[in-house]
Ligand binder design. Structure first.
Ligand code: FMN
Length: 169
């Protein structure tokens, strides 16, 4: 279906306008929180706007399309909460697949990248900057640049296979 659109942004002003939308959204959220939660959110905030310093970003946009089988299940009278379990969001999963392919391609080209969902908090402002249509929704921002020399040393520890995999023989 390729229900997506990818917007590559090199323009510094546009990157900053996008980051400002994210900050505006944080202001709105923070104004309604207690001090302890505020402090944790402030830390999260730092992981949301640094894309503006990347040489270029790709804004990943999902285009809404009705799901054929979802409609069939509704017609068959299956309750909505059961449909959700029977039909994982294949459009969003497809976006994830496409995104991962882009990150791997970037790596093969010697580029570094960061997959970011936190900036999507600023969706309502960002969609105006990018002139998105009603059926389009931002799902991630990818930041690209040259990796720092020591970046591979900074990888977070990963869970062991025994923790995440089950084998049924
Ligand atoms: C779906 C997804 C969303 C992410 N969103 C953010 C984000 O908004 N901000 C951020 O700093 N890192 C985010 N990350 C984490 C980085 O992209 C990256 O995966 C992390 O730094 C771990 O890197 P490593 O696997 O090389 O250790 C996200 C990762 C994934 C998979």
């Amino acid at each position: 279906m390729q229900n997506w659109k990818f917007i590559a942004v090199f323009n510094q002003n546009v990157k900053e306008e996008l980051a400002n939308s994210v900050l505006a959204s944080y202001d709105r959220i923070l104004s309604n929180l207690d001090d302890e939660t505020k402090a944790s959110v402030e830390r999260y905030k730092g992981h949301s706007t640094f894309f503006k310093n990347a040489p270029f970003i790709i804004v990943c946009v999902e285009k809404f399309a009705p799901s054929f089988m979802g409609g069939v299940l509704e017609k068959a009278g299956i309750p909505n909460d059961e449909i959700k379990l029977m039909r994982p969001d294949s459009y969003l999963l497809s976006m994830g697949g496409a995104i991962e392919n882009m990150l791997l391609s970037a790596y093969a080209l010697g580029l570094g990248s960061c997959w970011m969902v936190a900036p999507v908090l600023g969706e309502s402002g960002m969609r105006k900057t990018l002139n998105l249509k009603e059926d389009e929704k931002i799902v991630s921002i990818l930041a690209f640049g040259r990796p720092a020399k020591d970046s591979t040393d900074k990888r977070s520890p990963k869970k062991g296979l025994d923790e995440i995999m089950e084998i049924i023989e």
